[in-house]
Ligand binder design. Structure first.
Ligand SMILES: *[C@@H]1O[C@H](CO)[C@@H](O)[C@H](O)[C@H]1NC(C)=O
Length: 199
């Protein structure tokens, strides 16, 4: 991880993208990209299939625990998430989400644009509970993780080329949200396909 001196104090983590960083946002959606079923979660604390496309924790979970923030990065759409949880960060990612929005639509997953809308909604909630200046402080000291593009490369390489313009637009949209200096970090992994079940 690249850490610039001014980023050494990180108090919150916000993740955007696909299954590599989705900690359960698809659980209540009608989409094939769901991982809240066996054998997912086999090695997760409590052996629960939390919606993470993994047998255990995901990288954002390890990141928040390495940073000493909390043990797991909750999913923003988890009904159990409290306003207080938002202060130390959540994931807005949606398994199956690509940079190309057509595939997001086909699979009914949360596109990058909607993930950003949720981020704005989350910031409003943080401002309401903590006040505007504290909210700005939280965002300024946050780690923003964007992990997307693997789905496009796997499913539709041609669409990836079209999608690039989309993500550039989205990044501009993120940076215009607040005067903050997020640490951008991307992981390009081969995604898993939760609809291929082992029955
Ligand atoms: C993203 O998803 C929302 C909700 O489904 C939709 O209204 C919007 O048009 C989508 N955005 C793009 C760029 O496709």
């Amino acid at each position: 991880m690249l850490l610039h001196a001014s980023f050494l104090y990180i108090s919150a983590v916000f993740a955007f993208g696909d299954s590599t960083v989705d900690t359960g946002n698809n659980n209540n959606r009608k989409t094939p990209f769901k991982a809240n079923h066996w054998p997912y979660g086999y090695d997760f604390p409590g052996h629960v299939p939390s919606g993470r496309c993994s047998n255990g924790k995901l990288i954002p979970d390890f990141e928040v625990s390495l940073l000493g923030i909390k043990d797991l990065l909750p999913a923003y759409l988890d009904p159990m998430v409290t306003d207080k949880d938002l202060i130390t960060g959540v994931s807005f990612a949606s398994a199956g989400c690509g940079l190309d929005t057509l595939m997001d639509h086909v699979y009914n997953v949360i596109n990058m644009s909607t993930q950003l809308d949720y981020f704005n909604e989350c910031l409003d909630r943080i401002r309401r509970i903590a006040g505007s200046s504290v909210a700005t402080n939280i965002v300024e000291n946050s780690l923003i993780i964007i992990s997307a593009g693997s789905v496009d490369m796997c499913l539709l390489t041609m669409m990836y080329l079209l999608g690039v313009f989309d993500i550039q637009f989205q990044l501009i949209k993120i940076s215009s949200l607040e005067t903050f200096n997020p640490l951008f970090k991307t992981h390009i992994f081969i995604p898993c396909f939760p609809f291929i079940r082992n029955r």
